[in-house]
Design a protein around this ligand. Structure first.
Ligand code: 6GU
Length: 265
């Protein structure tokens, strides 16, 4: 998997040299290059922004440096002729990034990230780029960052760790938050008694069937409490009787394979 990141603050991406992603790069599992947008400018001041047509606050990123950078990167793409790299444009106006999208993007062989600053990139760049790229504006969620760099750190880590071999124990990818549409169950380690607080007894029992049932119940309770929107999205048709009973206790009925709040609850 190859990543290219274009930014006016390439130093912002330095954390990608560290930890799991840094190690995967050293091992050749991931290739990652960071490009300074200013090296693609032509003027003495290396200008990357200008005032918005139509007025309004802030500045807009000029199209030509972006075309130069994205043109070069597409030209150097390792992909076979006829297949396009994906261009991810971090933006609070994009589709929301989630684990499903991370899995989808982890299947790609070449991802390019265009980090905008200011009020964003001239819209014509996104149209123009469609000749050479599959263009996807992507948001981390409903809040505003100053630029795409922090979002790219998050996305590269979320996607990169799904590439086979990057995470040492692939089992840890199976039992984590969002992998089954639910939040992860709480975890505990030694000592079993700590400052007057006990680890739930079933976890010490060695009864793996009971433990699995206990954990699934906590996943459902925690998800209903913190993220009811995830309960709404569940495909409950395949749920066991036990899980349906937990949902019922939490105030949900199962209607047409969906969990719906019972009116009387
Ligand atoms: Cl991807 N970019 C920016 N600038 N702000 C955001 C975001 C992305 N996601 C949430 N807020």
């Amino acid at each position: 998997m190859r990543f290219d990141v274009v930014s006016i603050f390439p130093e912002y991406l330095a954390p990608l040299d560290l930890s799991l992603i840094g190690k995967a790069r050293t091992e050749g599992l991931l290739e990652l290059a960071v490009h300074d947008l200013r090296t693609y400018t032509q003027d003495r001041h290396r200008t990357v922004d200008d005032t918005p047509y139509g007025g309004g606050a802030g500045m807009v990123m000029k199209p030509e440096p972006w075309a130069q950078a994205l043109g070069d990167i597409a030209e150097a793409s390792p992909l076979a002729e006829g297949s396009k790299p994906t261009l991810i444009v971090p933006s609070p106006a994009g589709e929301v990034f989630n684990q499903k999208l991370a899995y989808e993007l982890a299947e790609e062989d070449h991802l390019v990230f265009a980090c905008g600053r200011y009020e964003g990139i001239d819209e014509r760049v996104l149209e123009w780029a469609q000749d050479a790229y599959t263009v996807r504006p992507v948001s981390l969620g409903d809040y505003v960052l100053n630029g795409g760099e922090v979002a790219v750190l998050a996305m590269v880590e979320a996607i990169g760790r799904l590439v086979p071999g990057v995470v040492g124990n692939p089992e840890s990818l199976i039992e984590e938050s969002h992998s089954d549409g639910l939040l992860e169950y709480p975890v505990y380690t030694k000592p079993s008694s700590w400052r007057g607080r006990e680890v739930p007894e079933v976890l010490l029992s060695g009864n793996h069937g009971k433990i699995a049932k206990f954990r699934k119940e906590l996943q459902l309770r925690r998800t209903a409490d913190r993220r009811p929107d995830l309960i709404d999205a569940l495909d409950v048709a395949a749920f066991s009787k036990t899980d349906r009973n937990v949902l019922w206790e939490l105030g949900y009925a199962v209607v047409d394979g969906k969990a719906v709040l019972r009116p009387e609850s």
